[in-house]
Write a protein that binds this ligand. Sequence first.
Ligand code: ATP
Length: 445
Amino acid sequence: MPADNNVMEKLVSLAKRRGFVFQSSEIYGGLGSVWDYGPLGVELKKNLKERWWRSMVHEREDIEGLDAAILMHPKVWEASGHIAGFTDPLVDCKHCKNRFRADDPRIKGTPGQPDAQCPVCGSRGTLTAPRLFNLMFKTFMGPVEEAAAVVYLRPETAQGIYVNYLNVLQASRQKIPFGIAQIGKAFRNEITPGNFTFRTREFEQMEMQFFVKPGTDGEWFEFWKAQRMEWHYGLGIRREKLRFHQHTKEELAHYAKDAYDLEYEFPFGWHEFEGVHNRSDFDLSRHQQFSGKKLEYLDPATKERFIPYVVETSVGADRTALVVMCDAYREETVEGETRVVMRFHPAIAPLKAAVFPLVNKDGMPELARRIFDDLRRHFNVFYDDSGSIGRRYRRQDEAGTPYGITVDGQSVGDGTVTVRDRDTLLQERVAGDRLVSHLGDKLKM
Ligand code: ATP
């Protein structure tokens, strides 16, 4: 399918206009590939994170939560292989001083050779041969900026889990197989970021590392692959836009025994937004070697000792938010007019309902306010009394609010209100004092 940049443009503009996503430091011209979440975006992302946490940690007895710090001992990154291997080959243009990934499709010819042409200034023979560039952000700890004080902003949350594996095991009295889940920020100095929030330099990951006995890793790998796809189906993402991609031998990371990407068909093509990896015993073995601390597991039943294998599920919170925004975005014709609607699954929609007095008189605003005050104790709801009712519905369609509650003349008489469904546009009359349970039932999905 050809890339539909038009949809992305419209989505980026809606995201800004309605307060989902803003460019970081916009009044200063923006900061490259760093984004801020506005009032609706923060709710959307928070709902996604909470849903992930509930399904991983609260609904399972064999997974524990963790919140490790972003800054870690620098040796962690030696052990993990990030200092040596977390690199992209880059080329510089000696003329215009721009920097590119060596595999940038815009480069013509072979970098380092006289035929190579810079994609920005067009000079020939000015591109250097590729050099490796580490994607980790460096900073200094303490008052002195010297080599010994270098620490890194973590490029993934997984290492915080591995180094705490024994702590969690002992504190929780779990037995293998068990997992540790974490949500947190990660940082990568990406060279060709872009596509809105798809590839950013600061992002959040939701990672779960499942520790298993060697030999059972294949089964657990299949289990978690299936679970994760189900989870995305559960968000209401169109099934035909989701698929697995198995890593080829060339794509497999040095530590991985097997790996699948979960891909979504974005308007700019099929791309990964989650990885499920069989990481073997690579990580714990390396941390055992570099820290000198035994990380073996003693099986209480068989008395066997082994270093567990790890099956990892790693999904970006921001990339998932982008998936659900792309998937939700629709332009529809209703009564001869185009409406833009974000068809979010009600469970992750930023606002669950909006309350409207039909007109601002005859007791309607007072009743609408009472209903709003009652609902807001249970759900994130919005009150809107400005403009025609049609316009107010459209505004909520763009925000992806699943239910619109209108207080009209009849409401003042008999206490009932209309509840409009964002997707079907059907309206039903419901007793005002039953709204909390009525909406609660609909939102429990
Ligand atoms: P890519 O190939 O897109 O760079 P990756 O294979 O390096 O991704 P992983 O290291 O497996 O990604 O990270 C797991 C998940 O973290 C990704 O599927 C994605 O959702 C998220 N992620 C990784 N890098 C970024 C980034 N720069 N911006 C936003 N999300 C990211």
